[in-house]
Design a protein around this ligand. Structure first.
Ligand SMILES: Nc1ncnc2c1ncn2[C@@H]1O[C@H](COP(=O)(O)OP(=O)(O)O)[C@@H](O)[C@H]1O
Ligand SMILES: [Mg+2]
Length: 221
């Protein structure tokens, strides 16, 4: 999917009506299938930005076009459906549900149609090297395995875009590299756009494009 942002601003207001200006006139253009790294210091606005690009949050002003459609001009139902059908998210923490097995967890996003997705779920688990763990609970997995399960869950709908917010932040270097390769491989498999928030310059170098953010603005390359 193509993702374009035009003049995005995000302000948070406190009770005394003083404001924090977290995103300042962000413009960016990501083309379908691109692998993009989003880098910048902590507090720069990276998470806020991808939440808005992934339609999980609204900007205070500005537009997000996904495949040319001005998404925030649409109603909440449209946003919810687009998010569900076309967007995959991976966070620093896995957010797996503790009382569900790995197999159940990865089917949660498609629960209503899960019977149609069983084969695909097995296939993805095999590719992620997790098939033998499918009936285990999240607490029985290593950190790397939990994150692999979270990656598979994000992929179950074959999203047009995957956002990963410091997905290796809690992992050791070697395990982190495995998760990164998995994300790159899965994104390539389904032709998804990948937007990866990372502090790791060597990882950022492996992408097609690096977008650097500081203090709520995109730095010019
Ligand atoms: N709900 C909120 N209310 C007020 N300020 C917020 C809120 N969420 C984030 N911020 C502020 O926005 C800035 C950017 O945060 P964030 O997008 O999480 O940065 P990053 O992901 O780059 O570390 C930070 O200064 C943070 O304190
Ligand atoms: Mg963040």
């Amino acid at each position: 999917m193509n993702i374009k942002a035009e003049g995005l601003n995000k302000n948070y207001y406190k009770k005394d009506s003083s404001g924090v200006n977290v995103l300042k006139n962000i413009n960016l253009d990501i083309t379908a299938g691109q692998k993009v790294a989003l880098t910048g210091p902590s507090g720069a606005g990276k998470s806020t930005l991808i939440h808005i690009l992934g339609l999980m949050d609204r900007p205070s002003s500005g537009k997000v076009y996904i495949d040319g459609i001005d998404c925030f001009a649409k109603n909440d139902k449209y946003l919810r459906n687009t998010r569900k059908e076309s967007v995959g998210f991976v966070f620093q923490f896995h957010y797996l549900m503790p009382d569900f097995t790995v197999f159940e967890n990865i089917l949660i996003p498609v629960w209503k149609d899960k019977d149609l997705k069983l084969e695909q779920a097995r296939e993805l688990l095999k590719k992620a090297g997790l098939f033998h763990r499918k009936d285990h609970y999240p607490s029985e997995l290593s950190g790397g395995e939990q994150q692999r399960a979270a990656v598979v869950r994000a992929l179950i709908n074959k999203p047009g875009v995957i956002f990963a917010d410091e997905p290796t932040g809690n992992l050791d270097r070697r395990t982190g590299l495995e998760i990164e390769s998995l994300l790159f491989a899965f994104a390539a498999d389904i032709g998804a756009t990948l937007v990866l928030v990372t502090h790791d310059e060597s990882l950022a170098e492996k992408t097609d494009k690096i977008i650097r953010i500081a203090d709520g603005r995109v730095l010019q390359a």
